[in-house]
Design a protein around this ligand. Sequence first.
Ligand SMILES: [Zn+2]
Ligand SMILES: [Zn+2]
Length: 414
Amino acid sequence: MGIAHGQGYTQAMDLIALAVPFFLLSIAIEWSWGRWCGRDTYRLTDAVSSLTLGGLSQARRFVTLGVGGAVYAWLASVTPFTTWTSEGWQAWLIAFVLYDLCYYCSHRVGHEVKLFWAAHVVHHQSEDYNLSTALRQTSSGFLFGWIFYTPLFVIGVPAEMMVTVGALNLIYQFWVHTEHVGELGWFEYVFVSPSNHRVHHARNTCYLDRNYGGVFIVWDRLFGSYQCELSSEPCVYGITKPLRSWSPLEAWLHVYRDMASDMWRTHSWSDRLRVPFSHPSWQPSDLLAKKESITGEPFEKYDPQVSRARKMSGTFNLILITLLLVAAQNSQLLRGYELFAWGMMLWLGVANAALLNNYDSAWFRVQELVKSLVLFVLATQLSAASAILIIPLSLAGTLWQWFERETEEVGATS
Ligand SMILES: [Zn+2]
Ligand SMILES: [Zn+2]
């Protein structure tokens, strides 16, 4: 069972790794299309933040052991049901549909219970809606997310089938994150579509906590959580308590932190215990007076204006993060150093967030230098080809310092 699970896991990883070039190409096409037709739905800062979180979410597997895997293996060994054969399409179809039902439950709880929302919130922080938003995924879903899929193991779905339908489910969800596709007629009744998933990402009051399906929207229609997109109510994207940061650490932790803070500050013990299991909008009654307005309009996107030099460096840093992920996933060179690769990706991500937030200080510039040196050493240790790729990229990631300084000097003398 352990081996079967391991093989299934690798297959699914391969499916997602195979899809990465397709994802990136689609993002380039959507961006070009938007520019061409005068409806660009991308902001570089937001897309860099989303893609960094997506990369870190994939790399997260290097640093945590799945609790879920062990529980699944145990369940499959004690269940009275025999494991299904993975031959024939019928079993695959049933597994695919049942997986989506489990996804619906997991996703619904992910929006309606604070402890689960704290993980899923990452997917919803973007205030833009485009294909890069699809890749914006949490890194803490592994903590509790597996609970919702345990019934599949009890009824005998083999691990490799489970992991493969899970990957297909995730890949399907990619294309619906776009503003360029309108309503699709009959399709809206059966499947998750760009239109009904836009509703899911909107912070408008009438759209909150709607449309949880992954592939099939039928579950929402059955269980009363469906809402169609209304022409009178254009979607405003993001969460009701905006993140207002590009930092992956802030993105990961802000709801956990608010939860801990509420549990600490309230004077009621029953409220203290209720916090993690309450609806994300709920707060202990003695803290309500201090509550910030949650859907205050008009809503302004978080959009610090950054120089062209910072945008260029930010893009190079993102390429570096992506290369580290691809190398750690596919190359023998980083075998055994995956944890280090994850740490490096996180360092690049956090520093890049500060860069795109117009942060500057002497120590930040020293940190940029140290980061380049570490990358330089890493590149030379790996291979000549890695050095040729990594060293120029790491230097390009710090070029903003020189270009900005020049601009400032020009500005000061003119
Ligand atoms: Zn969601
Ligand atoms: Zn989504």
